[in-house]
Design a protein around this ligand. Structure first.
Ligand code: BT5
Length: 271
């Protein structure tokens, strides 16, 4: 039976209340839709990205959720948040748009930490971690003159529901609050705040404070990592910094090498 009330621990999102809270005059968000099911909220918004920025699409269930590099994002219905938004920072040079998924990571980690009471950190480029385990993932895709930014967050998944052993959920992390409505509101508000700040600084991550906030939230810096690249040998060394372009600086035997998010297949802890 697929009633919205089958699982009392997983009430449906309240679309009308979300709209009342998020669609405010002068605000970034222009439309908030909650679908019971879709393939991928990123794919849906990519088809509409040129219309306007500020579209928000949430799905209670995704049957073809996308990860990066043709990987998949899977989660049981109503067990988390699957949300995408459209952004079009036209006054920001395109070379700086690579900061958008990192910006989303900073906003999401801060909002989720605050609402849930769980300490959430970032794994470069844009996974949200609790300890070593993945709580949420972010996918930014160019669509014409806009960017579709998608976030998948695990909220009430139980151990036996985790799609991979390296995943976790807010429930499994001992969260104080696993109510998805306030989580989504906080996430979108914080995303709007960071986006506005960054856009006003014309995408300058240093001037907007984004670089500092990202560096503080990032668990990768200071660790030894092994970076798998699409071709050639893996790069191994100490993750020492994030540069002004949002690249991870890995310092190995040949000195510091900046690696861009688009070039990386995997970043793993190295021994
Ligand atoms: C990501 O990719 O982490 C980006 C995920 C973005 C999902 C959102 S949901 C809303 C929007 N609409 C979409 O279609 N997508 C976005 P990546 O770094 O490539 O990680 C994918 C990998 O994470 C998979 O190969 C699995 O190993 C793992 N994985 C899949 N589902 C997971 C989950 N629920 N929790 C933790 N890890 C998961």
């Amino acid at each position: 039976m697929d009633s919205p009330f089958t699982d009392l621990d997983r009430p449906p999102l309240r679309e009308a209340a979300l709209r009342r809270a998020l669609l405010v005059p002068g605000g970034l968000w222009r439309e908030v839709d909650v679908l019971p099911e879709t393939g991928s909220t990123n794919a849906d918004l990519a088809r509409r990205a040129d219309e306007t920025e500020g579209l928000v699409l949430v799905a209670e269930s995704q049957v073809a959720g996308r990860g990066r590099l043709d990987r998949r994002w899977t989660a049981p219905p109503r067990s988390g948040l699957a949300v995408s938004v459209t952004l079009a920072p036209n006054e920001v040079p395109v070379a700086r748009w690579g900061w958008l998924p990192l910006l989303a990571g900073v906003a999401a980690a801060s909002a989720v930490s605050r609402v849930s009471g769980v300490e959430v950190r970032l794994k470069w480029p844009n996974d949200l971690l609790v300890g070593e385990r993945k709580l949420a993932g972010i996918l930014a895709e160019r669509a014409g003159t806009a960017v579709v930014l998608g976030i998948g967050l695990n909220v009430s998944l139980r151990q036996d529901e985790l799609p991979v052993p390296t995943a976790t959920s807010l429930l499994l992390s001992g969260a104080e609050n696993i109510d998805r409505d306030p989580l989504l509101r906080a996430l979108l508000r914080e995303l709007e705040e960071w986006y506005t700040r960054w856009r006003l600084a014309e995408g300058d991550a240093r001037a907007s404070g984004l670089l500092t906030a990202y560096t503080e939230a990032c668990a990768t810096i200071g660790r030894r990592v092994r970076v798998d690249l699409p071709a050639g040998p893996a790069l191994e060394g100490a993750a020492t910094a994030i540069d002004d372009d949002g690249r991870l600086v890995v310092t190995g035997p040949d000195g510091p090498t900046p690696v861009g998010a688009g070039d990386v297949v995997h970043v793993r802890p190295a021994t």
